[in-house]
Design a protein around this ligand. Sequence first.
Ligand code: URA
Length: 430
Amino acid sequence: MNAADLIRRKRDGGRLDDAEIEALIARYARGEVPDYQMSAMAMAIVFRGLDTEELAAWTRAMLDSGDRLSWDFGPIVDKHSTGGVGDKTSLVLAPVCASLGLHLPMISGRGLGHTGGTLDKLESIPGYDVSLSASTLRRLVRERGMVICGQTGDIVPADKRLYALRDVTGTVESIPLIASSIMSKKLAEGLDGLVLDVKVGSGAFMRTLDQARELGRTMVSLGEAMGVPTRVVLSSMDQPLGRAVGNALEVREAALTLQGQGPADLVELVVVLAAEMLVLGGVATTVEEGAAAARRSLSDGSAWEKWLLAVSAQGGNRRALEDLTQLPTAAHRRDVVAESGGIVTAFETREVGLAAVMLGAGRTRIGESIDPAVGLEVWAEIGDAVHAGDRLFTVHYTDVDELDAACDRLSAAVSIGPSATPAPLILDRI
Ligand code: URA
C-alpha cells in the first residue's frame, strides 16, 4: 500500500477498496503512516466523502485497530454526542442512567474544533483520572455502574490519533469521518444499545436538519449492521446549551443540575436522552416512563450521589463538587454587553465556542495544554428581550493576549432584532 497513491485517488474522486482501507488504518494506528499523510487523506475525504462500502470498511478498520470490551452483566448502554458548545450533557446523563440500573462504559473525547470535550471538562476536577486500564474500566462499570474515560489502553487507537489530528487540521466537518469516529468507539464498547445526540445548527458540525438526518441515519445503519440497537435524537445547537461554556464552569453547572438546579434546556435534553437509553436497556417500557424515572433521579439526589461515587472512584476529589469554590477559578471576569436593545434573534454559536478556545479553554495545536478555569457564562437566550448595556456574557479569563478579540467575537455572535421565534430543543428522532 502506498499512502500517497491512495490520497491522490481519493482527492480525484476515486474509491478505495476494503484491503486498502484496512492497511491504511492499521498502519496509521501503528505509527507507520505519518500524520501529514493522514491529514491529507482526511481532507480528501472532507471533499470527496466515502461511499457506503468504503464507510463500512473504514469503520471496521478503526474498530479492528484495537481491543473490544465484552461483558457478562448488563444492560450496557451508552450515548454519544456529535459535539456542541456548552454541551455538558454526559456529566449529568451518565449518573442519572447509572442510578437507574444501566451500566455505562462511556468512552469520551477531548475538545474538537470549536466544541468542548467531556474529558477536558472532567479533568478540571482535581485528581480525576481519564486514563483507565481496561481492567479498572471493567471493575468500575460493574461496581459503580459507570465510568467516563478516554480511549483506554488499546480501544480504537486509530481514532485516538485521527481525532486529535482532525481537531487541528480543519477536517472535522465530514459525515463519514464523524460517523466512523463515533461508531468505532461505541461499537468497541460491546453495547446492548446506543443513543446518539446529533446536534444541529449554528454551533454544530451539521448546520442543517437534512445534514444531521443524513449523519443520524448513517450511524444508525452502521450500528444496526453490527447488531447494536441505535437511536438518534436530533437536538438544536442554535445557541449554547445551558449557561456555562468552558471546562470547570461546565462541571459546576453539571453539579448544580444534578442537585436539581439545572437550566431548563440541559434538564430537558438529559431527560429525553435518558428515557431513550432506559427503554433500550429494558429498564423502562416506554419513553414516558423512562423520562419520569430520570426526573425522579435528578430531584431525589440519587443521580448526584451516584456521580460523587463515580468521580471518587476515578480519583476525583468529591469535595470540589460538594464545595464548588474548590474547582479551578479564573482570576478575572469581564462582561460583554448588548450594544442595542431588542429581542435576541440568533447566536452564531460556533463563534461562541471559538471565543472560548481563544481564552484557552480549547486547543489550536495537538497536545496543547488548556486552562480549565477559563470560559464564559451566557446570560441571554433566543427570544429574550434585552436593553442596550445589558449583560450578554461574562468572560472568565486568566492573562490572555486575545481577550479583546475574544470579547469582540462574542459581541458579534449575538443578533438582536425586533422579534424572534424560539425553536424547540428536540428537533427529531430516528
Ligand atoms: N465526536 C467524535 O467522537 N468524533 C467526531 O468526529 C465528532 C464528534
